[in-house]
Design a protein around this ligand. Structure first.
Ligand code: KG4
Ligand code: ZN
Length: 337
């Protein structure tokens, strides 16, 4: 008999519900909060309030789209950590209450591991183009930048991580400097297409091993812009495409340098990317170019599964259901892991 999982994601500013039937996604509904745009970043209290407004309509829509009755749900999986406490609480409380009401098991999901498991969503019938274990995953999101060795669906080890800002944060902070709305990664990606990636030089962060640092990059951008604006107040407007292309180029260079190092150290050639920044077209192109040069086999999530979504929560829920990894009603969310 098929396993039907309701996945709930509310760790930051997207309220999402998805229905998985085994490894297939029948519905993945995302309500993206736009209220934060004018503040240049996520305002935790507003995010929590919007999740409260959105959670029931999003779940109802997911069930309707999937053509699934709530009585058919086998278990409810929710993002427990990491994230904003007020946001996580909404998804956690809702899931606990709904699971209790339906008398079905509750499954807690790690948001970051879930991003990686998005690679195991079966799209078409018989589609089995999944990464083989062990593989490396570059997880690049708004809150995290990590290189992870994945040995099994639920067995992972962090090999390197950012010591300060995440790659997505570096995009978003630059967006603020360029006068773009939050989150800016997608817009920088678009503007960069018309720019010269070598127009401006940014220093490479000198971090040993597989760790990253992106905070210096943002500071060097700020200094550059401050100096140039003194000479020409329209500097940003006149150079926006070149600035975006050059800044994006250095981020991708840094990510690829560490990914290549991780592949060399581990000898692993199955390479995946995941998280919001994995939607970046230049990162995707650079990864595909490297695939040819290094005989890697690379994996990029479908666009809707790069940024936050509940489909990935439902999929990790499926694997935990098979393993009978359920949690108690006393479970609480965790802002950090
Ligand atoms: O995974 P995600 O949706 O949320 C977190 O878990 O943080 O990632 C959001 C991040 C934001 O920083 C956003 O600017 C970035 O992903 N992002 C992109 C692109 N699309 C989203 N960054 C670069 N290029 C993109 N195309
Ligand atoms: Zn995420």
């Amino acid at each position: 008999m098929s396993i039907i999982i309701l996945g709930i994601e509310s760790s930051c500013d997207d309220t999402s519900a998805a229905i998985a039937k085994d490894c297939k996604i029948l519905a993945n509904i995302v309500a993206t909060q736009t209220i934060h745009e004018k503040y240049g970043g996520v305002v935790p209290e507003l995010a929590s309030r919007d999740h409260q407004k959105n959670i029931i309509p999003v779940v109802e829509e997911a069930l309707k789209t999937a053509g699934v009755d709530k009585k058919e749900i086998s278990a409810i999986a929710f993002a427990r950590a990491p994230g904003l406490m007020g946001s996580l609480l909404v998804g956690c409380s809702f899931s606990k209450a709904f699971a209790l009401g339906l008398n079905v098991p509750l499954i807690e999901a790690n948001h970051l591991q879930s991003h990686i498991l998005a690679h195991f969503i079966q799209n078409k019938k018989g589609d089995k183009n999944f990464p083989r274990f062990p593989f490396l995953c570059l997880l690049v999101s708004g809150g995290h930048t990590q290189i992870i060795r994945v040995d099994a669906h639920l067995k992972m080890e962090i090999l390197g991580k950012s010591l300060d800002d995440a790659a997505g944060e570096a995009f978003d902070k630059a967006g603020k400097v360029f006068g773009l709305t939050y989150p800016a990664g997608h817009m920088i990606d678009k503007l960069a297409m018309g720019g010269n990636p070598k127009a401006f030089n940014f220093p490479h962060p000198d971090i040993p091993g597989l760790d990253f640092s992106f905070s210096g990059l943002k500071t060097s951008l700020l200094y550059l812009v401050k100096d140039e604006i003194k000479k020409d107040k329209d500097f940003i407007e006149k150079n926006k495409a070149d600035l975006c292309a050059s800044y994006q180029n250095i981020i991708v260079e840094v990510l690829m340098k560490k990914l290549k190092l991780a592949a060399a150290i581990t000898g692993i050639k199955e390479i995946a990317i995941a998280g919001g920044v994995s939607a970046n077209s230049f990162l995707q192109k650079t990864l595909k170019d490297e695939e040819k040069k290094s005989e890697w086999k690379t994996f990029i999530p479908q666009p809707e599964y790069c940024t936050d979504n509940a489909a990935m929560i439902a999929i990790i829920g499926y694997y935990k259901y098979i393993n009978k990894e359920f949690c108690e009603q006393s479970v609480v969310p965790l802002a950090r892991v």
